[in-house]
Design a protein around this ligand. Structure first.
Ligand SMILES: [Zn+2]
Length: 409
């Protein structure tokens, strides 16, 4: 979507008007004309065009105007005319869903993945697509697009999984989309990209980054941290698709903990669950009374740590302060490269709450350029565990409605 093809006035009007319906519930011709500045007869023509193709539905009459004029006819976007199959392949799971054209999840499936080869992952994706395409939902409609969020370095333009540090056995340059197409009979386009890029896209269209042109998401999982970067309203891929791999920025290159990528002292290795466990074990003898060690049999270590931190437990604060320091160091480096206006945190740390963000900001103001206030906003995402499927699905829907041919006769 980096280079927009030429678009005629007619196509442009159709796109603007359909986008307005996609983002609204019901609208009249006057509503659309008022909001877009496009004349009422042209709006009516465009509505008639999309009513014929089924994308816009009549919704009866609205209330009459204050002046006592005629009751206007109302219309809505037909979000059930087509569906998207979206799959998120995580480090140890496959999460999939079928969603409508307004990103509403209609059916979903979550399964654990053992340590399996990429050919097996591809076959499982094909099975998921086949199952959804046979579901009752799709019988009277069609799948408009299929999108798959993958871990690691992905070339979206070529449909190639370049490399995944979690699974070195998957090899290099696996032609994922090409291999998947051999196994599925659905004719819809198949897209893939790095999960974090899709997440950033979804934040821009339906999350915390609506209206923002320079922002990034940072997703920290128990093991693994990545970023989706948007510059001037465009997702960044870079020359070799490394863009966003900030988990492997070197923050402690000589003495830091080992990283799954083969390096040492990477950002993600310093804030991973493994690292937290190591810090807790190192300090346990000195802090045996810490709240972290109560309820050990019933709650996960992370939940106990976060709860103890919020309650002001001294040892929990020491650990979270160190984690916040490494977040601030990583964030400082990306600010110096991309200068985003907003950073959205996703993943395991979103449940800690705003006090963790305050701690990150505290350190951020004291690292480089202490004399200049960091105006970058840091917030937590609302997408939760559905962020992968919503991200990939939202991107697929926007790609579908971004095709110039869609607005031709
Ligand atoms: Zn690394």
């Amino acid at each position: 979507m980096d280079t927009a093809p030429r678009i005629s006035l007619k196509q442009s009007n159709r796109k603007i008007i359909l986008n307005m319906f996609r983002e609204s519930s019901v609208l009249s011709v006057s509503d659309v004309s008022l909001k877009t500045g496009i004349s009422k007869p042209t709006v009516q023509k465009v509505i008639n065009h999309f009513a014929e193709t089924g994308y816009i539905l009549p919704e009866g009459k609205g209330n009459s105007t204050d002046e006592g004029g005629k009751k206007p006819l109302l219309y809505s976007f037909n979000q059930l005319l087509g569906y998207v199959v979206t799959i998120h392949v995580g480090p140890d799971f496959m999460h999939s869903a079928i969603i409508d054209m307004k990103s509403q999840i209609l059916q979903s499936d979550f399964r654990k993945l053992d340590d399996i080869g990429i050919e097996e992952v591809t076959r499982m994706c094909a099975d998921v697509i086949s199952d959804y395409s046979k579901s009752d939902l799709v019988q009277n409609s069609r799948i408009i697009s299929i999108s798959i969020a993958l871990p690691g370095i992905v070339s979206a333009s070529e449909g190639v999984l370049v490399y995944t540090p979690h699974f070195p056995g998957w090899g290099n340059d696996y032609p994922f989309v090409g291999e998947l197409k051999k196994l599925v009979s659905v004719s819809a386009p198949i897209l893939c990209d790095n999960i974090n890029r899709y997440q950033a896209f979804a934040e821009m269209k339906a999350g915390k980054a609506i209206g923002k042109r320079n922002f990034m998401i940072i997703d920290a999982m128990e093991e693994g941290l990545g970023s989706g970067i948007v510059v001037n309203g465009q997702l960044k891929h870079g020359a070799q698709n490394f863009s966003g791999e900030i988990g492997h920025m070197l923050l402690m290159p000589t003495s830091g903990p080992k990283c799954i990528c083969g390096g040492k002292g990477c950002f993600e290795a310093l804030v991973s669950l493994k690292r937290i466990n190591a810090l807790i074990n190192e300090g346990r003898k000195l802090h045996d009374n810490s709240l972290i060690f109560t309820d050990e049999n019933n709650e996960t270590m992370l939940k106990r740590l976060f709860a103890a931190f919020v309650q002001g437990d001294e040892f929990a604060i020491v650990i979270m302060d160190e984690i916040a320091f490494w977040f601030a160091s990583g964030i400082n480096n990306v600010i110096m490269i991309n200068d985003p206006e907003l950073i959205i945190l996703e993943g395991i740390y979103t449940t800690v709450g705003d006090s963790f963000i305050e701690l990150i900001k505290f350190h951020l103001e004291r690292l480089a350029y202490p004399g200049i206030e960091r105006k970058v906003q840091i917030v937590m995402s609302d997408f939760g565990n559905e962020r992968g499927i919503l991200g990939a699905g939202t991107y697929a829907i926007w790609s579908f409605f971004n095709q110039v041919e869609f607005y031709s006769d």
